[in-house]
Every structure is written in structure tokens, then in C-alpha cells.
Ligand binder design. Structure first.
Ligand code: IMP
Ligand code: MG
Length: 192
């Protein structure tokens, strides 16, 4: 926050898990890039002749959505919304709140929600209910990562980068207590 002068940032910037005893590479930056390209190819094909609105869920999706849209070959529009549920914890509070609303008009448009990771699915369910109230022409979901064994999802996530075991991961936009978002790869946090 602008008014808060306290800083929790450390001087050393971590870009790679290698050499950091708290981190273990889980998905290399090369593998992530290849998968993002493949997702973008599929989306470009599926939305040929359309102008979808990509809606990124802040903060975690900011790197994924920027890489993704630059690989997509159809015209796109981009907007963001922000939810709160985890705070600085590794476990979901189970309560989702809208911290930043959309600026775009949803009605009659093709919407793709872009998320970093789906865990319980509560965030996606909340967003789905919200967006559907505004009558989009279509609504699909794209997540870089999806944890296996979800209990709360009653709808399909069409575009999934990687299905992963239930581990807490960081990097490529994902954080733990706001750290590690700028890792180029996805890593497992060993002693968070
Ligand atoms: P869900 O509502 O339980 O599906 O939680 C989704 C949100 O929780 C994601 O958008 C992330 O911000 C956060 N999250 C869930 N799992 C992880 C993780 O392993 N690492 C970092 N953030 C996570
Ligand atoms: Mg998120």
C-alpha cells in the first residue's frame, strides 16, 4: 500500500530455483513456454474470426496472461479482476471477495478467464457466477496449473497447462506471501 512505509522486501532477487535451498524446480521455464504456446495455438483456432476478451485474475495470472496473449494470433481485448482469498497463507480461507471489478462490458462477448492455478476451485466458481450474470456470448476458463482431485468444480476448465499433484508451488506469477512471483520457472516451496 502507498501509505505503508514498512518494506518486507529482501535485497537479493530470486529468478531461479537452482541454488536456493527453499526452492526446487517443478516445471522448467522451457516447458512452461512450450505449453503456453500450445494453449495459445488451440485458443487461436477455437476463436478464429472472433475477438475474445481475456480476463486475468490478479495478481497471480499477470505473467501467464502476458505470455499467452502474445502467442495468440486472433485479435484480443484484455481486462483484469482481483479477488482475495488466500492472504499470506498457504491454505484457502474459503471466503472469496472481489477487490477489483472489471471495466469491460461482458454482454454478448466471448470471455476467457485466465488464472494461474486452480486449487479448490472456489475462485473460479465465484468468477463464473459473476460473469454469467452479465450474459456473455460464451465463457471458458484457462489455467496454467490445476491441482488434481478438486471437490468444488461442477464445470469444465477447457484450457489447462499442467495438472499437478496437490503441492504448494511458486514462480511464474505465483507467490507465497507475495514473494517468488518473478521466478522464471514453477517451483516447489520446500520450507515456506
Ligand atoms: P482456489 O480458489 O482454491 O482454486 O484458489 C485459487 C487461488 O489460490 C489461485 O489463484 C492462487 O492465487 C492461490 N493458490 C492456490 N494454490 C496455490 C499454490 O500452490 N501456490 C500459490 N498460490 C496458490
Ligand atoms: Mg490467483
Amino acid at each position: 500500500m502507498l501509505m505503508n512505509k514498512k518494506s518486507t522486501g529482501k535485497k537479493k532477487t530470486v529468478k531461479k530455483a537452482k541454488g536456493n535451498k527453499n526452492l526446487k524446480t517443478f516445471i522448467s521455464s522451457q516447458k512452461v513456454a512450450a505449453r503456453v504456446k500450445a494453449l495459445a495455438r488451440r485458443i487461436s483456432k477455437d476463436y478464429a474470426g472472433k475477438v475474445p476478451i481475456f480476463i486475468g485474475v490478479l495478481n497471480g495470472s499477470f505473467i501467464f496472461i502476458s505470455d499467452l496473449v502474445r502467442e495468440v494470433t486472433v485479435d484480443v481485448e484484455i481486462d483484469f479482476l482481483k479477488l482475495s482469498s488466500y492472504g499470506d497463507s498457504k491454505i484457502s480461507s474459503g471466503e472469496v471477495r472481489l477487490l477489483k471489478d472489471l471495466n469491460c462490458q461482458i454482454e454478448g462477448r466471448d470471455i476467457i478467464i485466465v488464472e494461474d492455478i486452480i486449487d479448490s476451485g472456489l475462485s473460479m466458481k465465484y468468477i463464473r457466477d459473476l460473469v454469467l450474470q452479465h450474459h456473455p456470448a460464451s465463457l471458458e476458463f484457462c489455467a496454467l496449473l490445476m491441482k488434481k482431485g478438486l471437490s468444488n468444480l461442477s464445470f469444465n476448465i477447457k484450457y489447462v497447462g499442467f495438472e499437478i499433484e496437490n503441492r504448494f508451488v511458486v514462480g511464474y506469477g505465483l507467490d507465497y506471501a507475495q514473494k517468488y512471483r518473478n521466478l522464471k520457472e514453477v517451483a516447489i516451496l520446500l520450507n515456506g
